[in-house]
Design a protein around this ligand. Structure first.
Ligand code: SAH
Length: 260
């Protein structure tokens, strides 16, 4: 299973490569992802995958978008699974590109299970997840010896938000990274404060991390909903809760104290 022997149809079953496309900048692909992409004949991709990444595929590659679109019927997950299996059983190698990392809120696990159940060889290539991309681009360390020794990733979409138990994931010495939380930011702030977080716990909202149009907004937990609404924050964005988001303030205070 090397990137150089990708096949188009023919005898045998193809392989499904579940590839993390990272945050968008092609420089942030792994070499393995880049090699697979540059040899791909069939690419199945999500909406989050940046056009600059797709542009690395060879001329003549076939693209199938399973992105959400108002203009046409959106494929449901089981239909995507069936598509991958069908193409592989027809003998085609499939490069299945997903934003960030396939196994971080990417439903990669479901696609791997579907392939395995159908006897289709599947390989997973990790990608830089939005949390890592956002941390690097905004220079917010997710852990820091003075500020956080725990980091957690959670999904903030409305479905099931109230049933999710986040107790203990955020607070002093801990960083909480919330994916898909923009639409429910009001509820998220309330949920965290109900769990005992201080209203003035610092946070950052990072929109379009790692892209030229990136915005980094900061404020206290209690003001999260207002911060998102006043700045018309749009998806994709992450909410990072914890002292690591206020390291600049700490550093500036220390410098001011030393100068005094
Ligand atoms: N598998 C992806 C996550 C998919 S879920 C990964 O590992 O990154 C989609 C959510 O990811 C978005 O709602 C947003 O919260 C986050 N996200 C993806 N790309 C982002 C970006 N460039 N900037 C900020 N958040 C991003």
């Amino acid at each position: 299973m090397t990137s150089s022997n990708l096949t188009r149809g023919g005898a045998g079953t193809g392989t499904v490569y579940l590839v993390g496309a990272g945050p968008g900048d092609p420089d942030l692909l792994t070499l393995r992802a880049a090699r697979l992409l540059m040899n791909a004949l069939l690419i199945v991709h999500d909406g989050l995958v940046d056009p600059a990444v797709l542009a690395m595929a060879p001329a003549g590659a076939r693209f199938i978008s399973v992105a959400k679109s108002r203009a046409r019927h959106t494929l449901r997950q089981h239909e995507i699974n069936a598509l991958l299996v069908r193409e592989a059983l027809a003998g085609h190698d499939v490069v299945r590109l997903k934003g960030g990392d396939p196994f971080v809120f990417g439903r990669g696990g479901e696609e791997v299970e579907a392939c395995r159940a159908a006897g289709v060889p599947v390989e997973v290539v990790p990608g830089i997840s939005a949390a890592m991309a956002a941390g690097a681009a905004a220079q917010i360390p997710l852990t820091h010896r003075d500020s956080a020794s725990v980091v957690s990733f959670v999904a903030g979409q409305c479905k099931g938000l109230t049933e999710q138990n986040w107790a203990g994931l955020a607070g002093v010495g801990r960083t909480l990274v919330i994916y898909m939380g923009v639409a429910t930011s009001d509820m998220i702030a309330e949920k965290l404060m109900a769990d005992g977080l201080a209203p003035d716990m610092p946070l950052a909202v990072i929109e379009n991390a790692g892209r030229p149009e990136m915005r980094v907004l900061r404020g206290p937990l209690a003001g999260l909903g207002t911060l998102v609404a006043d700045n018309a924050v749009k998806s994709p964005a992450l909410i990072v809760v914890g002292e690591v988001t206020a390291r600049d303030d700490v550093a500036l205070t220390q410098i001011a104290e030393m100068a005094a």
